[in-house]
Design a protein around this ligand. Structure first.
Ligand code: PBG
Length: 327
């Protein structure tokens, strides 16, 4: 007996049918909003390569966080721009450093309504723009940097961070941060590890946003991951979980969906993906020219990242997408 012709289109006939059989979804609760706070400015400063993104004053930061919270976005990740940079990046752990002051202000406004994640790195704070301390040969020194990350973690935890997110790709950074937090009785503070962070050209607009230039036209290939490697990314994630990471991250997202899927298979902790500045800028730039529908592409990107296996997405589209999803 002949089989009836398979009709895939039966379940595509209407919006409700499609909703009924959808395998994945993107929702407001999947979004994490990256925000920038800048010391010593009186008005928010737009970031030209990231339309809609600004370097915030303390006041405008708290206001935007409140709006995100009211839209239902559950979490933000905070980056700071200090006035003063030095070789060690000491403003990253100064108790009155801009991120610490901002975390306290956000905590006061939001209580426990929003999860406060602090990006934990040194590049915004060092005068050479690297994510760690330089040794005499000008190389980023791993273990001396860990001691500084430990200080930053404590400063951020004391200022009110729920979660710290080490993003410097030093070996042992998760273990060092966990030990520092536990040693200070901060066992409740979580770690979101930037586990598979690739040495990507897609971070360009972010470096505008945080005023970072890597000294001598350098790059981060000595510590961030080679974009050609999958197994290495899985190892990074497994190591971070073993060191005590509560969540792991893959970054960037769209060119690394296969990595997200592999990491999802390998670990049992939540997996985050970072839809980075360059991914945002490409969509915005094309949309500004009328070459594509920016909001539709944003939703498609975020949906694809979820489908690949991410549990949450860090995205500069958070507010825009939350508004669309809430309509
Ligand atoms: C480093 C850091 C970077 C980003 C997040 N944390 C930049 C880098 O590694 O040079 C990039 C995020 C983005 O491009 O949106 N602290």
């Amino acid at each position: 007996m002949a089989f009836p012709q398979t009709r895939m289109r039966r379940l595509r006939r209407s919006t409700v049918l499609r909703e009924m059989v959808a395998e994945t979804s993107i929702g407001v609760k999947d979004l994490v909003a990256p925000l920038f706070v800048c010391e010593g400015i009186d008005d928010p400063r737009p970031v030209p390569s990231m339309p809609g993104v600004v370097q915030h004053t303390l006041g405008s930061l708290v206001k935007e966080a409140r709006q995100l919270c009211d839209l239902g976005v559950p979490a933000l990740v905070l980056f700071g721009l200090p006035v003063h940079k030095d070789a060690e990046g000491s403003q990253a752990w100064a108790p009155d450093g801009i991120v610490q002051v901002a975390l306290a202000a956000l905590r006061q406004e939001l209580g426990s309504e929003m999860v406060l994640i602090a990006d934990l790195c040194l590049d915004e704070y060092t005068d050479h723009g690297h994510c760690g301390l330089l040794d005499d040969r000008g190389e980023v020194a791993n273990d001396p940097t860990l001691a500084l990350y430990a200080r930053v973690a404590l400063a951020q935890a004391r200022a009110g961070a729920d979660i710290v997110a080490p993003s410097g790709m030093m070996d042992g950074q998760v273990a060092a941060v966990r030990a520092a937090l536990d040693g200070d009785g901060r066992t409740e503070v979580g770690i979101l590890a930037y586990s598979a962070k690739f040495a990507s050209a897609l971070y360009g607009p972010f470096r505008d946003a945080v005023d970072v230039t890597i000294a001598g036209g350098g790059n981060r290939r000595g510590y961030q991951q080679d974009p050609r490697n999958t197994r290495e990314a899985v190892r990074e994630a497994e190591l971070d979980v073993a060191e005590g990471a509560d969540m792991v991250m893959v970054k960037p997202a769209m060119a690394y969906l296969d990595i997200i899927a592999s990491v999802r298979q390998a670990v049992r902790v939540p997996v985050a993906a970072y839809h980075v500045s360059g991914e945002y800028a490409m969509v915005k730039a094309a949309a500004e020219r009328g070459w594509l529908d920016g909001a539709a592409v944003a939703l498609e990107h975020l949906g694809a990242i979820k489908r690949a296996g991410a549990d949450m997405v860090l995205t500069y589209f958070a507010a825009e997408v939350a508004e669309i999803l809430g309509q």
